[in-house]
Design a protein around this ligand. Sequence first.
Ligand code: ADP
Ligand code: TZD
Ligand code: MG
Length: 565
Amino acid sequence: MSGQANGQAKTDGFHLVLDALRLNGVHNLYGVAGIPITDLLRLAQAEGMRYVGFRHEQSAGNAAAIAGFLTGKPGVCMTVSAPGFLNGLVALANATTNCFPMILISGSSDRNVVDLEQGDYEEMDQLAAARPYAKAAYRVNRPQDIGVGVARAIRAAASGRPGGVYLDLTADVLGSVIDVDTAKKSLIEVVDPAPAQPPTPEAVTRALDLLASAKRPLVLLGKGAAYARADDEIRTFIETTGVPFLPMSMAKGLLPDNHAQSAAAARSFAIGQADVILVAGARLNWLLSHGKAPLWSDDTKLIQVDISPTEMDSNRAIAAPVVADITSAFAAFNAALKPGRITPDPAWIDEIASRKQKNIEKMAARLNADPSPMNFSSALRAVRDALAGTPDVYVVNEGANTLDFGRNIIDMSLPRHRLDSGTWGVMGIGMGYAIGAAVETGRPVVALEGDSAFGFSGMEIETICRYKLPVVTVIFNNNGIYRGDPSGSEPSPTGFLADARYERIIEAFGGKGDHVTDTRSLQQAVSEALASGKPALINAVIDPTAGTESGHIQNLNPKSALVTA
Ligand code: ADP
Ligand code: TZD
Ligand code: MG
């Protein structure tokens, strides 16, 4: 705390905000500097906090959001007023959509001017703008309320279903001076910010009874299960019961993808034919076809474990709802399991195994081909081989084909190591997630980026080089969104400049750039870049005709009988 005035020890809003955050275990900040937060960020650094400065608030916000997913504590992003806030708001909304705990703190202009719309510098009613896109939104109007504001933001972000919280700090509050004694008393150390929510015994019995009645049971794990850090409880349950499991994209690695009970290579068959499915930490949204035909059978009975009570029955009937946190729920399941009570029919296990085998063989033929130019399968096989033996590398993945092929080809063996476009299928998370993961974990990150996807946050390559982060970005360069244009044609809505030399972007900032056209060079470039621990960007040239429109979700494009193009 700072200075003296009139013989009394004084502090100010700047100091108090940082004191409140540190008291609650926040030591990393992500953001972009400017009025009115520049001094706040300088002070944070001076006081030993880690501040990572970005080129665009959306990436800073994405870094904070993924920090939340990776640590289980809200990640914090700081922005300037109006436009900086709005840039960060996309990331806040994305965090809320994905159930990641995050706090967006923005400085705001003087209330007396903003509220009368008198045209202040960067004027905007940020609180009102944030509210529809955040789990909660608060404004601090007096320095003695900073402690409460931060405490409320932390609780709202982390408890129950996690999400993004907006905290508005007026320029006035930041600059206000108050007594150290008053300030100290106003701070709150949040006790138990994400309290356990154990299931009721009835819910546990109902769920296990239903699972025990099943011949063809299946467990479906979502990123909420990964977030819950119930790694041991889930693994024990699955291995004790012998029930096959399927991970959603960001739940990959909760159990290793090469686990004998993984049904991932027989996904449609397993979902379609199961008689009871236990869904844990996954919503039955578009990513799961809303739990409806043709992927799902109407006869399948569902158990759902989720911390949010209103998730139950949201898309189809849930026969056995278990409203609880996943760690408590699986601990309760394990405690109540009687040996031999839940036993999948051996024919079911055999059927899944033989489907898996067939699909793996089919995929192997595609993976082993070595076309020139490379396609998505061959290039991702090269990346997979480069990653083999280094399970503790974080994988960030966005794009359309790059994402869909990447999810299937790159196996994960550790939980919370795959970070991707998530619930919105959003582009632009790549560099922010990569930076957040590198900063929070200190581990290497490989970002597998469609050339379009990369463009949304590509300037953050400078950030990666500035902080010397071990991030290896691989651009799957097929000259466009889904595909490239034929040479000589006018640029189409999806086509980009042919043969763009993305690797030169990182060279401008002193990083290592590579331009590769074959699988052997790609594998070698990824291996070397990871071993160096230094920023690298590999421009992998992919056949511009290799991708399909919209990747695996072409069916979601609206169709009209009148449009034939
Ligand atoms: P995916 O995209 O992997 O299918 P979703 O993001 O759709 O996963 O679903 C995550 C779900 O997990 C949300 O419904 C959320 O409420 C739930 N969830 C998050 N954390 C926990 C937790 N600790 N315990 C139980 N459920 C949780
Ligand atoms: N804008 C935002 C923020 N998110 C989006 N998902 C889109 C636009 C639409 N979109 C997709 O859904 S995928 C994609 C866009 C623009 C890019 C696909 O091209 P890519 O990947 O180069 O990243 P592939 O490998 O060429 O398919
Ligand atoms: Mg592309």
